[in-house]
Ligand binder design. Structure first.
Ligand code: SF4
Ligand code: SF4
Length: 247
């Protein structure tokens, strides 16, 4: 008879165990999932913005990057991960300019230290958080970061050319005026000494006044340059006065 009692006892504990298991299963069934169903959720997979996956050259909406080919990133990289090809181009004003030709970056040797990004003087680099970088050969980890076609060198407008030309001429005229004024001040003392009439004195100062007038006329309309010329003339006049006083 004891066996019938054991039978029902075991049946009861079996049912209790089954209900316990069903309770755990039911609870987990409605609990929010914490595992990622990658790659099924690739399109909306949350990845932190500051995650460093791969170095990139920043491009703006017009397809321009800010790299000036200074080579700093290549020099500071501790693993020789970056290798730059730099070319020299002629600018519209006849000068030479360094320009980025090819920016090679080996993702396979990058330690993501970010020294290149923080030392770039033009803020041309950044790390993308695009972490899907698996490839079948190491060679494919070497990337060309300046992948967009190179833009033509910008050409100045006729107005810009005229403005730059006028600025250059005003600069030269100001320098000449300052030199003439200095020269006149240096020679004014003996001239004043030997001059017997006010007319003689005026004759001696005439070249300096002419040069000053020319310089001021060339800088007309530019208050900064005018101020500079006037300051140079005042300095020369003060020097002249001091020398006259000493003599
Ligand atoms: S440091 Fe910046 S500007 Fe200089 S070469 Fe590198 S990316 Fe270009
Ligand atoms: S993150 Fe560091 S290792 Fe990677 S390219 Fe930049 S400087 Fe070199």
């Amino acid at each position: 008879m004891g066996s019938v009692k054991d039978y029902f006892s075991n049946l009861g504990s079996g049912l209790a165990s089954l209900l316990k298991g069903m309770q755990v299963t039911g609870k987990e069934f409605v609990t929010p999932k914490i595992t990622e169903e990658y790659p099924d959720n690739r399109d909306n997979l949350p990845v932190a913005d500051r995650f460093r996956a791969v170095l990139t050259l920043k491009y703006d909406d017009q397809g321009n990057h800010k790299c000036i080919a200074c080579g700093t990133c290549e020099r500071v990289c501790p693993n020789s991960t970056i290798s730059l090809d730099i070319k020299t181009v002629d600018t519209w004003d006849g000068k030479k300019k360094k320009k980025l030709d090819k920016y090679h970056y080996d993702l396979g040797s990058c330690t993501f230290c970010q020294l290149c990004v923080t030392n770039c003087p033009t803020d041309a680099l950044e790390f993308s958080n695009d972490f899907e970088q698996a490839v079948f050969t190491r060679g494919k980890l070497v990337k060309l970061l300046n992948y967009l076609p190179e833009k033509e060198e910008p050409q100045p407008t006729p107005e810009e050319i005229a403005r730059m030309k006028a600025e250059k001429e005003a600069k030269i005229a100001a320098a000449k005026a300052a030199a003439e004024a200095k020269k006149a001040a240096a020679g004014a003392a003996p001239a004043a000494k030997s001059a017997e009439s006010p007319a003689d004195t005026a004759k001696a100062a005439a070249p300096a006044n002419d040069a000053a007038a020319k310089a001021l006329a060339a800088a007309a309309g530019d208050p900064v340059k005018e101020a500079k010329i006037r300051a140079a003339l005042e300095k020369a006049a003060a020097l002249k006065a001091q020398r006259q006083k000493e003599n």
